[in-house]
Design a protein around this ligand. Structure first.
Ligand code: PMP
Length: 396
């Protein structure tokens, strides 16, 4: 039997990237003591008041077909957040509630891109972007982020990738896997590029609430940008709600209409009790959110300190988010081989950053999703692994 060509476009390297993580999960399921630093799933529980509101909503019988664009009160609360950030005129009609940012990215790609289009994406890139874009048949034009520049996005590199076929820029700040944020001057330059080349700007902001140094800027706040900016966000990371699958897209009204049609034929809306919980999360942000953020920051500092004295590996200290890249190039091992050795011999799983793009070669991504004691021990093992496998330097 035959499958559609789409099935080939969505089966890329992206899914193979999780191999190490799957191995780690299997070992843990067999009862082995494995420290899993290979996924961005918060180790915190969803704050209790949010859970309670979902339970209450279920008990109140909100188990029927939902409002398919998203409950008005929830969309109003989301719109109000963007107005507070400075996106003028944004109202509930500019918002659609979807199953997580991932669903948002896929749906946006479907409604913006055609096979003749190109999308400019910095690389390394979060692994699912490739399939989400390729599903549309559009071409991805990658902008390498240089390790020598700590993977910061440079305007000139972005500009150089734009061609007459470019339809959109797809940017992620704070960035997974590097944790870098795009600064205001760069955003202003990006806005100018979007105006000059008449581009859509898709802004994936799932780590926006986890900024430690500097400031997150939503590009829709820049002059005249709201009409061409599509913001994708969710409660997954900020509220420790990855399993709830609750996110949204904030965009010009016309695009929301198309996303609504797509959602109708695929999802038929997001369960009401999840939306009620999301509304609670936004209306009364629990104190736990600040505590989680402080914990990620402390963990980041701990890892950077633990690796600081090594002559073999070094951390790229992230400004935001829940990940940290470690440069293992001096060991002489590929990131994939290093990750495998670290799991096999030291029971710690990290991801090869090369799975995020060729510029990630020689870096592994470590998640800040275990407590500090475990992170210190994981760093000790990572250093031991580097020592053990490092090729002797030619001059010694
Ligand atoms: N974008 C980025 C950059 C991510 O890291 C993730 C999740 N790891 C997502 C989108 C998807 O998030 P969600 O759980 O909201 O679907």
């Amino acid at each position: 039997m035959n499958y559609s060509r789409l099935t080939q476009r969505i089966a890329g390297e992206g899914s193979a990237a999780w191999d190490i993580h799957i191995q780690a999960l299997q070992r843990r399921a067999r009862g082995e003591d494995v420290t899993i630093l290979s996924v961005g799933d918060p180790d915190f529980d969803t704050p209790a008041p949010i859970v309670e509101s979902a339970v209450e909503s279920l008990r109140a019988g909100h188990t029927h077909y939902p409002d398919m664009q998203g409950k008005l009160a929830l969309r109003q609360a989301i719109a109000a957040q963007y107005r507070e950030l400075g996106v003028s005129d944004v109202v509930a009609e500019n918002v659609i509630v979807l199953h997580g940012a991932q669903c948002g990215l896929y749906a946006v790609a479907q409604c913006l891109l055609d096979p003749e289009d190109e999308v400019v994406v910095p690389e390394p890139t979060y692994v699912t972007y490739e399939a989400a874009i390729k599903a549309t048949g559009a071409r991805i034009s990658q902008v390498p982020l240089s390790p020598d520049d700590d993977f910061r996005l440079r305007l000139e590199a972005l500009e150089a990738a734009i061609t007459p076929r470019t339809k959109a820029l797809m940017l992620n700040s704070p960035h997974n896997p590097s944790g870098q944020i795009i600064d205001r001057a760069t955003w202003e330059g990006i806005a100018e590029l979007c105006h000059r080349h008449d581009l859509w700007l898709v802004s994936d902001e799932v780590y926006a609430d986890l900024v430690f140094d500097g400031e997150h800027l939503c590009p829709a706040t820049l002059p005249d940008m709201a009409k061409r900016t599509v913001v994708v966000n969710s409660l997954s990371k900020s509220h420790a709600m990855t399993g709830w699958r609750l996110g949204w897209v904030m965009a010009p009204h016309g695009l929301i209409g198309h996303l609504f049609n797509l959602s109708l034929c695929m999802l038929y809306g997001c369960p009401s009790f999840l939306q009620d919980a999301a509304l609670e999360a936004l209306r009364r942000p629990p104190a736990a959110l600040e505590e989680m953020k402080a914990a990620y920051r402390a963990r980041r500092d701990t890892v950077c300190r633990s690796l600081a004295d090594s002559s073999l590996v070094s951390a790229v200290c992230p400004a935001a988010g829940m990940f940290l890249l470690v440069d293992i190039r001096r060991t002489g091992l590929s990131a994939k081989a290093f990750s495998q050795a670290l799991l096999d011999d030291y029971d710690v799983s990290v991801l090869s950053a090369e799975a995020f793009g060729p510029s990630g070669a020689g870096f592994v991504r470590l998640s800040l999703t275990v407590d500090e004691a475990l992170l210190i021990e994981a760093c000790r093992r990572l250093l031991a692994c580097a020592e053990r496998y490092a090729r002797p330097s030619i001059d010694t």
